[in-house]
Every structure is written in C-alpha cells, then in structure tokens.
Design a binder for this molecule. Structure first.
Ligand SMILES: NC(=O)c1ccc[n+]([C@@H]2O[C@H](COP(=O)([O-])OP(=O)(O)OC[C@H]3O[C@@H](n4cnc5c(N)ncnc54)[C@H](O)[C@@H]3O)[C@@H](O)[C@H]2O)c1
Length: 280
C-alpha cells in the first residue's frame, strides 16, 4: 500500500458509478485504502428489464460505511447514469463536497438475459436499457466529469469498464445480449476519442475488459438458470490460465495501477483482465 500511496493517489477524489456493490464497491475500497476519497454513484433501484436484483440503498450505505472504515470520506449519490441532468447534478455535488475530481470510473452496468422467444418489443426494451446504461450512461458520466478534471489542471485518469464481450463479441439472439456486446465495443471508441481529446490536459482514458467476475450480476439464480448450472457460459471460452472466475479485486488491482502515476504514460489502451481469454 505504501508503494501505491507514493504513486500519487493519496488525497485524490474518485467518482465511481455502480459503486453500491460488486466491482464498483471493490474499486471504492481499494482506492480508499490508497488514500482516495470516494463519490459513490448508483441507481440503487431496479430496472424492470433486469431479471436479477439490482443494488439497493442499503448496499450503497454499506459501501459508505466500508470506505469510512478506511478513514476516507465517501459521498453517496443516487443517480441513474442514463439521466445526464442527474449526472450533472452528481458531478456538481462532488465538486461542492470535495472541490475536485481526479479519477472517474465508469463502471455501472446491467446484463439483461432472456429465455425463449422474445417479441420485438421485449427485444427493443432490452436493447434500449442496455445501450442506455452501458453506452449512453458511460458518455454521460464522462461528459459531466471531464470538464472538472480539465478545470482542475492537475491531469487525471478515466477508466471505463468494458468486458471481454467488448473485444470478442457475445450474442445469443436477444436484445439484451446484443446491447451488451454493442455497448461494450462502443465504449472503446468513446475511450479512444476522449484519450485523444484530453491527452493535452494530462488526462488519461482507458478501458478494462474483465472476463466473468464473481458479483451479483452473474452470481444469481436467474443467471444460473439461464446458463443451465451457471458455468456453461464461462466454460465456452478457452482460457490460458486455470482461473474459473475472477474476484472483483482482480479488476480493482488493474484499476489501481491504471489510475496511479505508475501508469502515467498509459492512455488509449484496452486492458484485458481475463486469464488470456481474448488472446488471439
Ligand atoms: N460480473 C461480470 O462477470 C462482469 C464481466 C465483465 C464486465 N462486467 C462489467 O463490470 C461492471 C460492474 O458490474 P458488476 O459485475 O460489479 O455487477 P453488479 O450488478 O454487482 O454491479 C453493477 C452496479 O451498477 C449499478 N447500476 C446499474 N445500472 C445503473 C444505472 N443506470 N445508473 C447507476 N448505477 C447503475 C447497479 O445498481 C450495481 O450496483 C459492469 O459494467 C459490467 O457490465 C461484469
């Protein structure tokens, strides 16, 4: 941890979407341990097209309590990344509370699965929500926070959570999965554009691409039923390392490096954290 602190993280502020649980909470705690204050943004509500239980207000409060245990401040904000005005208010609130944002993690996501035939209306609803959260939501997040980093004049780091589905493609014929793959590919274009736009300000922009991670998004009865036992999907992809599923901390460790001064020359990259699944 001392090494990370000396890598320029102490005293910084991170704005994290999807921070109520799962990977977002893990990133919040890892950064807090490295001396970073946290703005924890989450919808803390259910989106009707999502079949598993999404995070609750209690989950968000638990993230706050865990960050505070690390002696860092944590500002919880309930906001839907699909709503750019709510996100603008969140960024304003973050600045009012902390005076700055140095790190942005656009992490919020949903996985809409469906069994059997979907009507075109069901497919369209799943597509809209998937693209809304994971492509428009990422744009909204970066759009409202990037000006704060630029105005701060101290550089910064933006990390967008994509997926191996953003490199390999993954589709089962449903609107939800089409949206997932399209959004996770789409954020690479967004990342590359912003890396070029913001580089002159010392702001680095990158994507991370995890394979399956043990969070409530995939560890839930609906997903297990959908993939007949829960592991069928994970086993369809050959991996080079004998790792079945990732721990959220595997992604947090990659992000800790990416946002630290140790990665000061790294921008515009798509970083797989995937046991080699996407190795050509
Ligand atoms: N779990 C996996 O296997 C896996 C693999 C690769 C990539 N990912 C990606 O990692 C990211 C984090 O997912 P996770 O695994 O921690 O899942 P998770 O379901 O545990 O956490 C996602 C969080 O995002 C929040 N969220 C969803 N929609 C939102 C919205 N519209 N506005 C604000 N917050 C919203 C949820 O409430 C939840 O707290 C997602 O982008 C996901 O697509 C997950």
């Amino acid at each position: 941890m001392d090494q990370l602190k000396s890598n320029g993280l102490e005293g910084k502020v991170a704005f994290i979407t999807g921070a109520a649980r799962g990977q977002g909470r893990s990133h919040a705690l890892a950064l807090a341990r490295a001396g970073v204050d946290i703005v924890a943004v989450d919808i803390a509500d259910q989106i009707p097209t999502v079949s598993y239980a999404m995070a609750s207000r209690e989950d968000l409060d638990e993230t706050v309590a865990l960050v505070e245990k690390e002696d860092r401040r944590c500002l919880p904000i309930v906001a839907d990344v699909r709503d750019i005005h709510a996100m603008q208010r969140a960024a304003d609130q973050a600045v009012a509370e902390f005076g700055r944002i140095d790190i942005v993690l656009a992490n919020a996501g949903i996985l809409i699965t469906a069994r059997g035939e979907q009507s075109i209306d069901e497919a369209a609803a799943a597509w809209d929500d998937g693209i809304g959260v994971m492509l428009s939501g990422v744009y909204n997040t970066v759009r409202v926070t990037a000006p704060v980093l630029v105005d701060g004049g101290a550089g910064g780091s933006i990390v967008i959570t994509s997926s191996t589905a953003g490199l390999n493609g993954m589709h089962d014929g449903t609107g939800g999965m089409a949206a997932y793959t399209a959004a996770k590919h789409g954020v690479i274009g967004l990342m590359r554009g912003y890396a070029k736009l913001l580089g002159k300000h010392g702001i680095r922009v990158n994507t991370v691409h995890p394979m399956g991670v043990a969070t409530p998004m995939v560890i839930n009865p609906q997903f297990e039923e959908f993939y007949r036992g829960g592991e069928a999907m994970l086993e369809t992809q050959p991996r080079l390392l004998p790792i079945q599923i990732l721990d959220p901390n595997d992604i947090s460790n990659a992000i800790l490096w990416l946002v630290s001064d140790a990665a000061r020359a790294v921008t515009g990259i798509t970083l797989p954290v995937d046991a080699g699944v996407t190795t050509p």
